[in-house]
Design a protein around this ligand. Structure first.
Ligand code: PEP
Length: 254
């Protein structure tokens, strides 16, 4: 059965006391997770060890980094490698968030290397794809997402593909309060799954969780997550508010 995931992307927010208080609030709330459900906290690098300790006793709560280097190791001051993440028991890493593509010039080819680094070190990449507004306005979203997958993922073998998570995040919906409708999200998720199926066959394609990201809120999560090919969400702003994120987790389908 495919995993259903609520992933929090804190971005560059919260100091350490604020971060631990947020996780403590969520951990003190009883949340029943089904066998296939996971909650992932993508937190800034300096907090990974502390947050990992805090969630240690919570089955199905996990941490993610928000980025990693495309290089294995060496003289790359300021970078963090996938191997380092693995050594501190981090099992997931966001790769190719649109903010990294836009502000840090990350190309599909650099992201392909990051994907390789993650998989080489047993880190599950959460690969972000999605179109900006002008692309959506001219109807080019399918073509753009196909290119992103083609250039960053489709060199993988089928057994590697099933170790990744994809997050469809239309750039025009990130942090804007403007959410894709459930129909728009389902259409793109079904298209992504069709691309995976064409490339890797049905059984591999059916195993890959595809998350929706872009102004997921407590009030719209259920409608989005109920779509057949939407396997949960990558959540920015609303993941910083414990009550909202808890409601979003509870909106996951079985
Ligand atoms: C994100 O950071 O990936 C995101 C989707 O942000 P928000 O939920 O705030 O739009």
């Amino acid at each position: 059965m495919r995993k259903q995931i609520a992933a929090a992307n804190w971005k560059m927010n919260l100091n350490l006391p604020q971060a631990t208080s947020l996780v403590a609030d969520i951990c003190s709330t009883p949340i029943d997770l089904e066998e296939n459900q996971r909650v992932i906290f993508a937190v800034p690098f300096p907090y990974l060890v502390s947050i990992n300790q805090m969630i240690e006793t919570r089955d199905k709560f996990l941490t993610a980094a928000q980025n990693c280097s495309d290089k294995k190791s060496g003289a790359y001051t300021g970078e963090v490698s996938a191997e380092m993440l693995h050594s501190i028991n981090v099992g997931y890493c966001i790769v190719g968030h649109s903010e990294r593509r836009e502000y840090f010039g990350e190309t599909n080819f650099v992201l392909r290397e990051k994907i390789n680094q993650c998989l080489d070190h047993d880190i599950c990449p959460i690969f972000c794809c999605g179109e900006a507004l002008p692309v959506r306005e001219r109807g080019g979203q399918n073509e753009l997402v196909e290119l992103q997958l083609n250039e960053s993922l489709f060199h993988l073998k089928a057994d590697q593909l099933t170790k990744i998570i994809i997050a469809y995040e239309p750039v025009w919906a990130i942090g804007t309060g403007k959410t894709a409708t459930a129909t728009q999200a389902q259409e793109m998720h079904a298209y992504i799954r069709w691309l995976l199926k064409n490339q890797y066959g049905e059984s591999a394609a059916e195993l890959v969780p595809i998350l929706y990201g872009g102004s997921v809120k407590a009030g719209n999560a259920k409608e989005l997550f109920d779509c057949d090919d939407v396997d949960g969400g990558l959540v920015g702003g609303a993941s910083l508010v414990p009550a909202d994120f808890i409601k979003i987790i509870r909106s996951l389908k079985f």
